[in-house]
Design a protein around this ligand. Structure first.
Ligand code: ZN
Length: 187
């Protein structure tokens, strides 16, 4: 069975050829400059379905949410990394976007940018509070940067299923801590 809790980081790299076998076009608003067939608009099927549910719920509450970037291939990650080797770009194979389970989101209040200011917008507060009900967590929280190894990213949502998202939210655990905890238990 597919593991939606899969850990991907510098120590747990994906193969260069890994692409989810069930990528699905996510039918939610993206900035108009993203071409309609661009891979950024795709996610692994189950995540895509729940993103759509989440955006529907946000729209009902007049929250203006935009999807910015979903799936990213290893090749594309390599290009971005080479352009920005010291910046905030994940090493090729170390990005959850290659899993097709991560979605960056933003809102017009911050000009659709991926910025820490997103946290203080209505949309930023909404996804942090309600994302878990749709299976999404803020993967790189503010006070956990020493554990995740990634600076705070209030815009980066990771699909882990609703059960796990609620569990992690209630316990305050990151996905990294969850894996550390359960691998210790197995020993
Ligand atoms: Zn991201």
């Amino acid at each position: 069975m597919y593991d939606y809790a899969q850990l991907v980081d510098r120590e747990h790299l994906l193969c260069p050829h890994y692409i989810p076998d069930d990528l699905k076009l996510v039918n939610v608003p993206f900035p108009c400059q993203v071409p309609t067939d661009d891979l950024r608009r795709f996610l692994k099927k189950e995540a895509a379905v729940y993103v759509q549910e989440m955006f529907k719920a946000a729209a009902k509450e007049k929250i203006s949410l935009f999807a910015i970037s979903g799936f990213r291939s290893y090749k594309r990650q390599s290009v971005l990394y080479q352009r920005n080797p010291n910046g905030a770009v994940a090493f090729p194979g170390a990005s959850e976007h290659q899993l097709g389970l991560a979605l960056d989101v933003s809102t017009p209040d911050v000009a659709l940018e991926l910025t820490e200011e997103f946290e203080f917008t209505q949309a930023g507060k909404w996804v942090a509070a309600y994302g878990p009900l749709y299976g999404f967590i803020l993967r790189y929280p503010k006070r956990k940067t020493s554990i995740t190894g990634i600076p705070y990213e209030p815009w980066h949502l990771r699909y882990v299923t609703k059960n796990l998202a609620l569990y992690l939210t209630l316990t305050g655990m990151t996905l990294d801590e969850y894996h550390i905890h359960f691998s210790k238990k197995k020993e």
